[in-house]
Design a protein around this ligand. Structure first.
Ligand SMILES: *Cc1c(COP(=O)(O)O)cnc(C)c1O
Length: 485
């Protein structure tokens, strides 16, 4: 086991160590990634960081202890509500991220349903197949039943399918603006009408689009209405830590009115430590993330967000236009904003991902269908030309490899899918793990196929992934060092 070092190590060694262990992390400042980090440039980043550090120790657990945090939080909610077409009745909470915002929306719907509906079973939420997994997680945590409905060929939710799925136990319908994997905005207006007609809550997941679409609308890009200006919308999630350029740990969940938000709050009055009241999932809430979000909104300002949105959108259109010229790859769909996916009928798209990886680009693999995902951020403006060139190069190589592939065996396919879904270094660890588990043993790849064979017999891929997650979240067996070296 790791031990806390008996004597603390000095600052120079510590920071050298931190540099060392982060050597293989994503190179996000150079725009080599298409997810996880959204980089608005050094100036904004340094201001937002400074604000974070000033409130590093403060805690928003008790809203009366730090009036500064309360003011910042209320202002963030108000500014976000205004940006998202809300009136003065719209209110909400600051959360630690999109997932928490979504958890809160689902929990609120459950409580609302219990009070407002005569439910005859578990409350149900209707989810188009492209929604973020945070909704399944919420359903799992809160024992809400989710009803999946198919999306159309364009990957947009189908209003008719949503309506057909409504039962007396339905409490909420969900749509995305846009969906993360495909980047398309669901038909919010038509779903809003259905929600209203059936007296249901309607959550729009605008986690990724919330701080992008409003500015694209102002820039006159063709973005359909998706926010509180649409009748029937009762809540919206929007992540400050994506296109809001705040620090990680910041998102808003907004509700049409305060009566709805009340269903989100948690109170316990019989605690020996006093009356406990908490708006969201977390207890202690970091002041730094609140101050950073507040700083981002105020320092960047509307003009700054418009400039950044324009940069992202122009870069997106440039890359998309270049892709349209390339044989063998196509856009999966016709997305409205700065997210898109590419597919191929002629090559194995994951091979293209691998080849791009060798050229230093980190591109996420997706499934159903096999595709590569791109979320464009301002860091990509200066590397767009290089990206296009490298795509062409990688495509040539991927084409050659795809032609040579046999890949009929289902076992090989499963392994390959895993290989492509997991980032390279995780797959390596997965292989080691597989080798250690497998009766087959011996050569790594053989062990892997053996393991998958065994798994197919027991039919439990979920369990394997959970074990693997356990492995990842445990000390590295290779790391024998006592402390930091
Ligand atoms: C990122 C995202 C989420 C989840 O947000 P986290 O901050 O990762 O918890 C939910 N929905 C969509 C559409 C997203 O893009």
């Amino acid at each position: 086991m790791k031990k806390i070092p008996t004597q603390g190590i000095d600052k120079t060694t510590l920071f050298a160590h931190l540099d060392e262990i982060s050597k293989e992390d994503l190179d996000w400042k150079n725009g080599r990634n298409f997810a996880y980090v959204y980089y608005p440039g050094e100036e904004i980043l340094s201001v937002v960081k400074e604000a974070y550090l000033r409130f590093f120790s403060e805690n928003a657990l008790n809203p009366t202890a730090f009036p500064s945090l309360r003011k910042m939080e209320n202002d963030i909610i108000s500014m976000s509500a205004d940006m998202l077409g809300g009136d003065e009745k719209v209110t909400g909470s600051l959360t630690t991220g999109g997932t928490e915002s979504i958890l809160m929306a689902v929990k609120t719907a459950r409580e609302w349903g219990r009070v407002k509906k005569e439910l005859t079973g578990p409350p149900e939420i209707i989810l188009p197949a492209t929604v973020h997994p945070a909704f399944y997680k919420a359903a799992h945590y809160f024992e809400v039943k989710f009803v999946l409905v198919p999306v159309g060929k364009d990957f947009r939710a189908v209003p008719n399918e949503v309506e057909k799925a409504i039962t007396p136990n339905t409490v909420m319908v969900v749509a995305s603006a846009p969906s993360y994997p495909q980047g398309v905005v669901d038909p919010i207006r038509r779903i809003g009408k259905i929600a209203k007609k059936h007296d249901l809550l309607f959550h729009v997941d605008s986690c990724i689009g919330g701080f992008m679409l409003p500015f694209l609308q102002k820039l006159k890009y063709d973005i359909p209405p998706f926010d509180f200006s649409v009748e029937g919308v009762t809540s919206i999630s929007a992540d400050l830590h994506k296109y809001g350029y705040a620090s990680k740990g910041a998102s808003v969940i907004l509700y049409k009115n305060a009566a709805l938000r009340k269903h989100q709050f948690y109170v316990y009055t019989a605690w020996t430590g006093g009356i406990y009241a908490s708006p969201t999932m977390t207890g202690t809430r970091p002041g730094g993330a609140i101050a950073a979000a507040y700083a981002a909104l105020n320092f960047i300002g509307e003009e700054g967000y418009l400039r950044l949105a324009k940069s992202c959108m122009e870069t997106t259109l440039k890359i998309q236009a270049a892709i349209a010229e390339m044989k063998d790859i196509q856009l999966l769909t016709n997305p409205e904003s700065t997210l898109f996916a590419i597919v191929s009928d002629t090559i194995d798209i994951y091979e293209l991902g691998d080849e791009m990886g060798l050229l230093g680009w980190q591109i996420d693999r997706q499934q159903m269908p096999a595709s590569l995902h791109f979320s464009i951020n301002p860091a990509h403006e200066k590397v767009a030309d290089l990206l296009i060139e490298d795509l062409k190069k990688a495509l040539k190589k991927a084409k050659r490899i795809s032609l040579n592939k046999i890949g009929k065996n289902i076992q090989i396919k499963t392994v390959r899918t895993l290989q492509r879904m997991l980032p390279g270094h995780l797959f390596d660890r997965f292989q080691e793990y597989a080798a250690s588990k497998s009766k087959v043993g011996g050569k790594r790849s053989a062990a892997m196929y053996g393991l998958i064979g065994e798994l197919q017999e027991s039919g439990n891929l979920d369990d394997m992934i959970k074990d693997f997650l356990h492995q990842l979240m445990s000390p590295d067996p290779e790391d024998k060092s006592k402390s930091t070296s």
